[in-house]
Design a protein around this ligand. Sequence first.
Ligand code: AQP
Length: 332
Amino acid sequence: KKRVVSGVQPTGSIHLGNYLGAIKNWIDLQNAYDTLFFIVDLHALSKATKETAAIYLACGVDPSKASVFVQSHVRAHVELMWLLSSTTPIGWLNRMIQFKEKSLKAGDENVGVALLTYPVLMASDILLYQSDYVPVGDDQKQHLELTRELAQRVNYLYGGRKWKKLGGRGGAIFKVPEPLIPPTGARVMSLTDGLSKMSKSAPSDQSRINLLDPKDVVNNKIKRCKTDSFPGLEFDNSERPECNNLLSIYQLVTGKTKQEVAEECRDMNWGTFKPVLTDALIAHLHPIQVCYGEIMSDASYLDSVLAEGARKAADVADNTLKNVYQAMGFLR
Ligand code: AQP
């Protein structure tokens, strides 16, 4: 089976964007691929690790099919990162758009070194598992490209004939991973501005639907969300980003086709559509929330899933790490 690795950072409450753009797709992936889904805690330390793991399971990630684990529980991630750091030119990292944007905003004295080296950790997350595919959104494409270049660089510098003599397979220390582009329309936008993406770190909670929002909160957020004053409802009108976003959300949570939603909603106004959308959201989130409650009420179950996931992940990761040490010439 081909392998897929993916994860979400536990930096806040998991919202509809994380779910529709990432976690929901994992449910299909776990049936077709050998999958590893991890909670990306080293990139952003927070207390939400357990909650995020429970959400994975509540959304349908099945630990009998996928390895579910916490990044910091598998020590090879940090170790490989150091080894890769010595092979990564600073120029490659300086060119990363996310680094440039964030460091420009905050200034050199205020950003941690990890903001610069974060893509090397991401490369470790992926390369440790000899992953064939990585699901990536637009904003991570450049980081995946760097991962591919790093894999090729290490294969070139430390693979080859010497490595083969040591018993390495075909000279390749790392598999070079391919991007897996998620289904279109999975980019969920903010409820208060149809041009920016729904995000955990946006200051206003009104801008997102969290997966664990109770009914009345969902109802309230949809009631107050930004709309427009055009007649009828339609997809793909660039002057109506909010309308496109709300119809897309409706489509994704009902499982209807775009065509069906377009026809159903063409002659609706906001007053008639909003309660329909609210009901659909609540109906979709309800079973996830019930399941989440059950998982959180049995602490030992989650602990055992994460321990088993880390064990399975470490099996693969430690083997890769061992090969890297050997190929680079460390005394073993
Ligand atoms: N609005 C979104 N629409 C679709 N997909 C989204 N993802 C995030 N926001 C949307 C996808 O969720 C996964 C996890 O992302 P992450 O936790 O690694 O960080 P992120 O992409 O930076 O997510 P956030 O929610 O915007 O967090 P903050 O605010 O902390 O930066 C990824 O697969 C991502 O594509």
